[in-house]
Write a new protein. Sequence first.
Length: 365
Amino acid sequence: MKRLYNLILACLLMVSLSACGKQAGADSSADKVMEQHGQTERAGTTEQTEQEQPAVSDAEQTEAQTENILTDREEQKIEGGDNTVMGDISFNFETKTVLLNSGYEMPIYGIGTYSLTGDTCVESVTAALNSGVRLIDTAYMYHNEEGVGRGIRRAIEEGFVTREEIFVTTKMWTDDYGNGAAAIDASLERLGLDYIDLMILHHSAPGSDVSAYQAMEQAVSEGKLRSIGLSNYYTPDDFDRLVGETTITPALLQNETHPYHQSTEMKEHLRQYGTVMESWYPLGGRGNTQTLFSDETIVEIADAHNKTSAQIILRWHLQAGNIAIPGSSNEAHIQENYEIFDFELTEDEMQRMTALDRNERFASY
Ligand code: NAD
């Protein structure tokens, strides 16, 4: 392991030297969009390569604890013992995907299904898939995995999508942490799927979340889960606690994130792991959306682009490097929320959005 690690570090040095030219060669219009926004996760420049070197040293120092190895994303996977980790998260606005540190592509935009039940859930999921959305977020706790599965099957039967094109996320609830394997099988059955694209632990729970995460690791090796991650871990220490005791680096962290709570510290911390931030309450959540929709800055930017406040907020999430999963059962809203790929926020507008951060959550948990 140590020899392999040294070899990888040597390779990384060489990669760093050649990174500038190679990044330029890999240019695409999506890259260009991201390069205009200095605050995004993506830089794709020599500057970022240089910034990452200390991160590699940090990883070396904590190797025994995490066995995490960072590298240029374009170097593809490094098979580093138990862990396979990629750094430099990059949102591709052409394919509307991001390459996770698990090696799987994930859509950067999706639909949340919290509070959607019964036929409403089925219809919302089918409508979202039919309008082009490819990421569906559910959870055991939403009691709608069956409805999500039915919505997916209906969209497949209607010929709008194939299973491979759809990315399904579900979450393991804390009550199930003592018997994670059974919880995973039960979610698979309720969804009616052979595999789940991403399963995340719904909440941090020191004392029981490590064994739950290990059950998900086992399910990855069995092909039941493709990627695994976390939700509601709000401090770097808490995140590192779990990472330090487990093997597969979380592909994603789903936390409350929106213009008034931009999760800046956690996102900076996640960079070293190549872990992507996903925003729940991307629009502030039920009961709070008007607070964000009527924010003066957001309204001004919306007017400038002839877009709605919701579209400005969602576009901001993507340019800031957050996967967004707004919830809605309203077909017009589902359509409206997806129409955010035909414009971009300027650097100045991104800075004005950044300035809205109050580090204030709407939810109390
Ligand atoms: P959200 O920020 O997406 O807001 C949803 C509200 O916005 C709803 O009232 C909806 O009607 C409204 N809305 C949506 N689009 C609109 C538009 N274009 N114009 C006007 N109103 C619009 O909040 P959410 O749905 O609670 O969160 C998104 C998803 O995140 C959830 O559905 C769920 O999948 C996930 N989630 C996860 C956790 C967690 O603990 N991991 C917690 C909450 C939510």
